[in-house]
Write a new protein. Sequence first.
Length: 469
Amino acid sequence: MGTESTEVAVVGAGPTGLALAVDLARRGVDAVVLERAGALFPGSRGKGLQPRTMEVLDDLGVLDTIRAAGGPYPVGMIWQGGRRTGEHRMFEPAAASEDAPYNEPWMVPQWRTQEILHARLEELGGRVAFGREVVGLEQDPAGVTAHLASGAPVRARYAVAADGGRSAVRRALGIGMTGETVDPGPTLVADVRVAGLGRDNWHIFPPGADGEGFLALCPLAGTEDFQLVARFAQDTRPDLSLDGIRKVVAARSHLAPEDVTEVRWASDFRPRAALADRFREGRVFLAGDAAHIHSPAGGQGLNTSVQDAYNLGWKLGAVLRDGAAQSLLDSYAEERRPVAADVLGLSTRVHRGETRRGEATRQLGIGYRDSSLTAETRRDPGRVRAGDRAPDATVDGVRLFDAFRGPHWTLLALGTPAPATPGRVRVVTGPAHGSYGTGLFLVRPDGHVGWSGDSADGLADYLTRFGLR
């Protein structure tokens, strides 16, 4: 039996693995996504895309399709005894601005997000190998060999475990997870068809006086389905069958059992918050739920996962295509593990009602000021500093997000002469700007400012670190 060869083996075709594969494909990196299932995941689970993730999807070339596939979150409607008793807004409002054009979470069922990313991957020449279950990994100084339940092994320079919270790869590597149970009782999540319930609201049926019985039915944008969420007491085993779900809906709402006409997907879980003890073992990296498990409250898990992929993709590309030192890959865990730890705490606080969904959950403030890749050399830095997300703006008629889009670096020269740069760095020049101020801003491929200076002193040395000189 021969061995299949590739540069990067991505284990898992969820949002994390697909986003990473898209990013690698547009960089000309040969990658294969190994998915043990025979098809993409069928459920709605992670349905909320935060503004920062919308920016990532803009860069990956799928934003228009994502926007067409989904819609904004509806206002929550609280029911008691079959009557509407009040409204509940899930998110603190935020106005769109030039700096941040995507101001609110966008609802797209996870299965649809995955379909869109998969189509983009195929458009770029990438592929998912379905029915390929990884059962073991071997590493040596030159690469990784993934052994499969059936078929030839896969040999790669690097591997990425994006195979979910029960990651077989993480367990095979012996990497533990540290965390806590957020809620001791199980939660049922299902995609259902419901008759006689309006689609203009997220319908919320609060628990009774005993604290049990919470039910919510959210119309899933772009579909005819509702996402059902029901919480249960500890030691309960939810019935995932059509009859079982009908009984729950009838017991906790004014709807009749037969109003639930179909169950399209159902699952149950116990909300946890857990962080992998490390995000890397040799040539294997953990990303997404394989590295951090969140409560679904606040819509942070899928978003943090896609942003893991976005951080790792350009670094693998720099090593495999640009000749950057392998030590660059150390910065993945350095940058992303603290972010995951912070977001886990946020998700847990939202789940427990200790904080609202607002500015922090939109994830626009996540940055890397303390990273070893960050160099702020200006004498008097302004609001946007090295390590920060590079905000959108229009500079001398050029929209910055349009300039950033693609697998390249971008140098902003604002009120400062632009130096000569390598061909793989796009240059945008213009006067000082209100958000950025004056200076040179070198924007990484993931939309964060890597280096900033009053002049070009030190810029060439910085670029050399990434194989760009």
